[in-house]
Design a binder for this molecule. Structure first.
Ligand code: FAD
Length: 430
């Protein structure tokens, strides 16, 4: 986890919301609730306990720092409809409607959390583009158009000339814009939630859980050999679930890397026609995700690879970002990136998440297949519903959703080949 030291979108380290570290655990302790993992899933679980006015002792631990995982380093697309769902594309209407309903529930959960805690995170409910630069990818957008029509989801279609006006680049030739998606700044989101939700909570950072025992009284063991006895354990480690032997053969982690420019000057903004903030998702799973942010920066994410070892070629990723950036904005060859970062997503073979319990004391959720901004918050709260046996719509939606299935043999190799094939065959959308 040491590879991921920054907090994603941050540009000025002096503005980093986490200047102050929480202590690491250096003794054995007892607690009523132990939450493992301080990303959106864990924070939502903590928030839900507070909302239920639970006065028990709650402890949250994180192997790194709270909010330092994918939750603050994602691309900020809070999606309703999806074209690509992790490594899969949903084409069956019934499955699509079910996933759409789950995503809407995730949006609504995060919206409530943002509103109730008065978080300012550049929340922009203006939709998202799904775009292709190459004619031989158009068929996917046409299929997507058919799916959206059938499900009854609003969308608009745009071609190159219109896209030039809307986005400031003539790279894309055809796009479908759905009106239901939200764009936000994940670092601002995490910063806001951190201050509101972690206040007066018992938190330990740099405290990695390496094992736990569930025989009688659940007990978690830290990497420094300290024991945490807990009445209930909530496991919110997403991409690291397999490390804790949770549904080990259902998911693998992929590393994604992103870069962001400095804010464009007003002259540069006018050179691209002063577009409104936008977000583009590629028609291809390995294509680029690009944002033009509220503060006029351009963010690009066009690399993904299985976590074969803990090292990635960061320099090569940034070169690829630069290449993708210049394909879209060739006149901006003097604009450098101000920040680059990597993060992990967790993907399953069938694009489904995991949610459940090991017994009545240990609960887990994760594997959001690259779309976890809303789902993490939904699943985090649903783990608490489940642990407290609160029967509500949220828990019904989550627990009735199909689960990740078994991975193929040699899953990392399979994922690697699939990504490579997607990059090699067909057109270059990165
Ligand atoms: C580059 C990138 C772009 C993305 N873009 C989008 C997007 O646009 N839209 C979208 O919906 N999703 C996106 N995602 C996915 C989304 O960010 C995640 O699904 C979501 O943040 C998962 O939240 P989480 O809290 O479950 O996991 P995390 O935020 O990763 O939190 C897990 C925490 O658990 C801690 N932990 C792990 N193991 C242990 C252990 N053994 N002991 C203690 N602590 C541990 C980690 O340190 C970490 O802080 C993106 C992800 C990446 C990396």
């Amino acid at each position: 986890m040491n590879t991921f030291q920054s907090f994603g979108w941050e540009i000025n380290p002096n503005l980093n919301f986490k200047n102050k570290n929480f202590p690491s655990l250096n003794e054995d302790i007892n607690t009523d609730w132990l939450i493992i993992g301080g990303g959106l899933t864990g924070l939502s679980a903590l928030n839900q306990l507070k909302k239920y006015n639970i006065t028990d002792k709650v402890i949250m631990v994180d192997a790194g720092r709270i909010g330092q995982g994918s939750s603050s380093r994602n691309s900020g697309f809070l999606v309703d409809s999806t074209l690509n769902n992790g490594a899969t594309t949903i084409s069956n209407i019934k499955d699509y409607k079910q996933k759409y309903a789950l995503n809407l529930a995730g949006i609504s959960e995060l919206k409530n959390m943002v509103t109730e805690n008065n978080i300012s995170c550049d929340w922009t409910a203006k939709g998202k583009y799904h775009a292709a630069a190459n004619n031989n990818e158009f068929y996917k957008l046409r299929k997507f158009r058919g799916l959206l029509s059938e499900v009854g989801i609003d969308f608009d279609e745009y071609h190159q000339e219109e896209l030039l006006n809307l986005l400031g680049t003539n790279f894309y030739k055809y796009a479908i814009k759905t009106s239901g998606g939200i764009l936000l700044n994940p670092q601002k989101l995490l910063q806001g939630l951190f201050f509101k939700i972690c206040k007066n909570s018992n938190i330990y950072e740099d405290t990695k859980i390496v094992n736990f025992f569930i025989d009688r009284e659940p007990q978690a063991l830290t990497s420094r050999g300290f024991k945490i006895k807990a009445k209930k354990i909530i496991i919110a480690t997403n991409a690291w679930l397999p490390e804790l032997k949770i549904k080990k053969n259902r998911s693998i982690p992929l590393i994604l890397t992103s870069s962001i420019t400095r804010p464009l000057t007003s002259k540069e903004c006018s050179e691209i026609g002063n577009p409104k903030p936008w977000g583009v998702l590629s028609v291809k799973p390995t294509g680029a995700t690009v944002r033009y942010t509220n503060d006029h920066r351009i963010m690009i994410r066009n690399t993904s690879e299985p976590l074969l070892n803990s090292k990635i070629n960061f320099k090569k990723c940034i070169e690829k970002h630069k290449e993708g950036f210049l394909k879209r904005f060739p006149t901006f060859c003097n604009i450098d990136f101000e920040n680059s970062w990597s993060g992990l997503i967790s993907v399953s073979r069938n694009g489904k998440p995991v949610f459940g319990k090991l017994n009545d004391k240990v609960y887990y959720a994760g594997v959001y297949n690259g779309g976890g901004l809303g789902l993490s918050v939904l699943f985090g709260a649903a783990m608490i519903d489940s642990a407290l046996k609160v029967n509500n719509t949220r828990l019904n939606i989550v627990s009735n959703f199909p689960q990740a299935n078994n991975l193929p043999p040699f899953p990392k190799l399979a994922a690697y080949l699939r990504i490579k094939l997607d990059q090699i065959f067909g057109s270059n959308e990165a």
